[in-house]
Design a protein around this ligand. Structure first.
Ligand SMILES: O=C(O)[C@H](O)CO
Length: 327
């Protein structure tokens, strides 16, 4: 039975830093918000505060599973994450219980696309090594062939995954004089013509890409997809960029590919684990640019994500479909 969202209802907010506009929106529509105070979120605090709530606003990559749903209780009506990726959510458990689950794709695409292009350039043009050489007093501009990098112009740009983020990158690159845009997904995207992009096999993507950008969800099928066998088929001059999830990449194999010269460079916004320990061997490599998973870390995008998650919940509380249902 549908219920107006103006009727009072309780929402657990799993993180104290959820932007105020989202909290105000929920409160303006009758929500009593129960805000967890621990950073990072403490499972103990969540489990203590979640019993009896009508909705859960999940704002961190903590496992979201049967334990939380059981603790919430049978009155729970819906859950929304404040993230696009939901690899930390036990989606089958939601399906089994028929609990609506929302997430926040779409609004993340622009900030992640900007960052991906930043990584393509930073890795392809030795930003990390260049800075390190200055610190080591090894600035060798007297050598004409010093710090030679890879240009985006005339390059084949390959995407693993061709959803909103890849398409936002492809859209930006339309004016960069690239040679070709290729992508690999299970099935061809009907709108690929809008980006002059060509659907290819995984092997072709590996073999032909000068820049290979990973922007696909982490699933059982994509886990460890980029391993020694995959890197072995890539061009020695290729630049590998991952803005999706660290789990798509076999990191020891990537390390080997970067140290052996099997590929030219990598730019990573995501790693396994996160946070990446300070002594991780990838951090020692001059040809690897690593960021601390900050693709969506702009105020604009964070607020958009927070409002979308709130609206997912409000819709479900009114008995309407969520704006971005996760299943
Ligand atoms: O999944 C997402 O929304 C991005 O990775 C940012 O966390």
């Amino acid at each position: 039975m549908s219920r107006a969202a103006s009727t009072a209802f309780k929402v657990l907010i799993s993180h104290p830093n959820v932007p105020t506009p989202a909290l105000e929106l929920l409160r303006s529509r009758g929500a009593e918000t129960i805000v967890c105070q621990s950073v990072p979120p403490s499972r103990e605090e969540i489990l203590k505060k979640v019993p009896g709530v009508d909705a859960i606003y999940w704002a961190h990559y903590q496992p979201l599973n049967a334990g939380i749903l059981d603790a919430a209780g049978p009155q729970l009506r819906c859950v929304s994450t404040m993230s696009s990726g939901i690899d930390y959510v036990d989606v089958p458990e939601f399906k089994l219980r028929q609990i609506p689950l929302g997430h926040t794709p779409g609004v993340v695409k622009n900030s992640v696309a900007d960052l991906a292009i930043g990584l393509m350039i930073a890795a392809g043009r030795h930003f990390h090594a260049g800075r390190t050489e200055i610190e080591r007093s090894q600035w060798k501009t007297e050598q004409i062939n010093w710090m030679m990098g890879q240009e985006i112009r005339d390059s084949v740009i390959g995407f693993f995954g061709f959803g909103g983020i890849s398409q936002a990158i492809a859209k930006r690159l339309q004016s960069w004089d690239v040679a070709k845009i290729l992508y690999h997904t299970r099935t061809r995207k009907e709108n690929d013509g809008d980006f002059k992009a060509e659907h290819v096999s995984f092997e072709t993507l590996l073999k032909e890409s000068d820049f290979l950008v990973v922007a696909a969800p982490l699933t059982n099928e994509t886990r460890d997809k980029f391993n020694a066998q995959a890197f072995g088929q890539m061009k020695k001059s290729s630049v590998f960029v991952n803005v999706a999830r660290g789990g798509l990449v076999n990191q020891p194999d990537l390390h080997e590919a970067l140290t052996s010269g099997r590929i030219f460079a990598a730019g990573l916004d995501v790693t396994t684990p996160e946070p990446l320990p300070a002594d991780n061997p990838l951090l020692k490599l001059p040809n690897c640019v690593i960021l601390p998973h900050m693709g969506t870390q702009t105020m604009k995008t964070t607020i958009e994500m927070s409002l979308l998650a709130a609206n997912n919940i409000l819709n479900a509380m009114e008995g309407k479909p969520m704006i971005r249902p996760a299943y």
